[in-house]
Design a protein around this ligand. Structure first.
Ligand code: CMC
Length: 430
C-alpha cells in the first residue's frame, strides 16, 4: 500500500508528514519530526486532538457511542463475563482459557493479604481522611514494600505477572480497609472461599458480630460496574499512569499517580459529586429546572455533574447499561430512592433542553453508578474508590503496553509566553 502523507506549508516551505491509520480507520498525522524539519511544534492544550500513543487495548467511537475492550463489545462483556476475565483480557490481550482463568484467580487470591506493617499505616490517617487519598498513599507504599529487584530480563515476565496479581489482589483489601478505618471498625481479612467481588463486599460489610449475607444481584451489579469501568483508553488517569510510568518508576508509583488523577471531580470524582448534587436538589425541594438553569448560566460555575464527556458526543454506552442495572438492583432490593426519581427527571429535562442538545451533553458513566453504590450501602466518599477498583486492569494494561513498546519518556513541549530576558535588581535579601 502506498504511504500516505499530509502536506503542511509553513513560511512558504512545504513539509510532508506521514499519515498513520488505525485498525478501525482512525487517522492521524505523525508530527514527531515536524520540529526538527521546520522549527514548529503543535499546540493542543488539554490534548483534545492529540494522539499520545498507538494502543491495541480499547476502541472507542465517541460519535457512535461504541466501546470495545480488545475488540469485544462492552455490552457483551458486561452481560456475559466476569471482572477477572475482563481484567485478564485487557491486560494480556486475549480472553483466558478456563485453566488460565483458574490460575489467574488463584494467584490473585493468594495475594489479597496485606503486610501487617502496611496495616499500621492506616492508623496514621485522619479518620475522616478521604479514602482516595488513602488509596493513593497505600498504592505508593507498595513500592516501598516490594521494591524492584529483578534486573535479569529473563525473569522480568514472571516479576511483572507477580506485580499484576499483587495489585489486583491487594487493591480491594486496601479499599475496604480504608472504609473500615474511617468507621473505627476492626478490619476484615480477605477470605479465599469468596470470589473477587464477594470478597470485597465481605471485607466492606462483615462485622465481628454479624456475617455479611451476600445477595447475588448485588454481586452481579457490582461485577457489571467494575467491568464497565475497566478501561477507557487515553483518559486523564490512564495518560497519567503512562506518563509517570514512562520515567520507569515502579508500577506501584504509576498506579498511585493514576489514583490521584482519578480523584478529581472532572474525572472519577464526578460519581461522588453526582450524588451530592442530587441530594442538594432534593433538600432544595426537588426543583430540577432550577438546576438545569444554573448549569446553563455562564455566570454560575455550577455544572450538571454526570453530564458531558470529552469523547462521547452521542451517548455513553456505559451509562445505558448502568441505568438498566440501577433499575434492576433497586427493584430487587426494594429500595425506593427519591434520588433516583430526581436523577430521571434531571436527565429528561436536560435531554430536552437546547443547551444540552447543542453541546451534545449526555449522562455519562457516573450519572447512575452512585445510585447503585448507595443502594448497596457503599458510602458516598467511597464511590471514586469503586471506580479505581474497576479501572485498575486498564491502568496496568496501559502501563504494560507503554513499557513493552519501549515508549520514550513523556515530555511535552510548550509555547513560552512569559517575560523575556530581564535583569535582576537586588533588594538586599542576601
Ligand atoms: N454542565 C453544564 N455545561 C457543561 C457540562 C455540564 N456537565 N459539561 C460541559 N458543559 C459545557 C461547558 O460549559 C462548555 O460550554 P462553552 O462551550 O459554552 O464554554 C461546553 O459544554 C464544553 O465543555 P468543556 O468543559 O470544554 O468540555 P470538555 O470535553 O473539556 O469536558 C467534561 C468534558 C466531562 C470534563 C465536562 O463535560 C464536565 O465537566 N462534566 C461534568 C463532570 C463529569 O461528569 N465528569 C465525569 C466524566 S465521565 C467519567 C470519566 O471518564 O472520568
Amino acid at each position: 500500500m502506498a504511504e500516505k502523507f499530509a502536506e503542511i506549508i509553513l513560511d512558504g516551505v512545504s513539509y510532508k508528514l506521514p499519515i498513520v491509520e488505525g485498525s478501525e480507520g482512525e487517522k492521524a498525522i505523525d508530527i514527531a519530526k515536524l520540529r526538527d524539519m521546520s522549527g514548529y511544534i503543535t499546540l493542543d492544550t488539554g490534548y483534545k486532538n492529540t494522539g499520545a500513543t498507538k494502543s491495541a487495548i480499547t476502541f472507542l467511537d465517541g460519535e457512535q457511542g461504541i466501546l470495545r475492550y480488545r475488540g469485544y463489545s462492552i455490552e457483551d462483556l458486561a452481560e456475559k463475563s466476569t471482572f477477572l476475565e475482563v481484567a485478564y483480557l485487557i491486560i494480556y490481550g486475549e480472553l483466558p482459557t478456563k485453566p488460565e482463568l483458574e490460575s489467574f484467580n488463584h494467584q490473585i487470591k493468594i495475594h489479597t493479604m496485606i503486610n501487617e506493617d502496611m496495616r499500621k499505616i492506616y492508623d496514621g490517617f485522619p479518620v475522616k481522611g478521604h479514602p482516595m487519598g488513602v488509596m493513593a498513599a497505600m498504592a505508593s507504599a507498595l513500592a516501598t514494600f516490594y521494591p524492584e529487584l529483578i534486573d535479569d530480563p529473563k525473569k522480568q515476565k514472571a516479576e511483572l505477572d507477580l506485580k499484576i496479581v499483587r495489585l489486583l489482589g491487594k487493591m480491594p483489601t486496601m479499599a475496604a480497609w480504608a472504609y473500615k478505618n474511617s468507621m473505627g471498625h476492626p478490619v476484615n481479612y480477605p477470605q479465599n472461599r469468596f470470589n473477587y467481588v464477594e470478597n470485597f463486599l465481605h471485607m466492606m460489610f462483615a462485622l465481628p458480630v454479624e456475617e455479611y449475607v451476600l445477595d447475588p444481584d448485588v454481586v452481579d451489579a457490582l461485577e457489571k460496574l467494575l467491568i464497565l469501568h475497566a478501561d477507557h483508553e487515553q483518559n486523564c488517569s490512564a495518560s497519567t499512569v503512562r506518563l509517570v510510568g514512562s520515567s520507569q518508576v515502579s508500577i506501584y508509583s504509576a498506579i498511585s499517580a493514576g489514583i490521584s488523577s482519578l480523584w478529581g471531580p472532572l474525572h472519577g470524582g464526578a460519581n461522588q459529586e453526582v450524588l451530592e448534587m442530587l441530594e442538594e436538589i432534593q433538600k432544595d425541594g426537588g426543583n430540577v429546572d432550577k438546576y438545569v438553569a444554573k448549569a446553563k448560566d455562564k455566570n454560575d460555575n455550577f455544572r450538571l455533574m454526570g453530564f458531558g464527556h470529552r469523547v462521547y458526543k452521542n451517548f455513553d454506552p456505559r451509562a445505558k447499561i448502568i441505568k438498566e442495572a440501577c433499575d434492576k438492583v433497586l427493584n430487587k432490593l426494594g429500595v425506593h430512592d427519591p434520588i433516583l426519581e430526581i436523577a430521571k427527571k434531571l436527565e429528561e429535562r436536560a435531554l430536552a433542553d437546547d443547551y444540552f442538545v447543542e453541546k451534545k451533553l449526555y449522562p455519562n458513566v457516573d450519572f447512575y453508578s452512585g445510585i447503585i453504590y448507595k443502594a448497596i450501602g457503599i458510602p458516598t466518599d467511597m464511590f471514586t474508590v469503586m471506580f479505581a477498583l474497576g479501572r485498575l486492569p486498564g491502568w496496568i494494561a496501559q502501563w504494560k503496553e507503554m513499557r513493552e513498546n519501549n515508549e520514550p519518556i513523556g515530555r511535552p513541549r510548550q509555547v513560552y509566553v512569559g517575560a523575556t530576558k530581564r535583569d535582576f535588581v537586588p533588594i538586599g535579601a542576601r
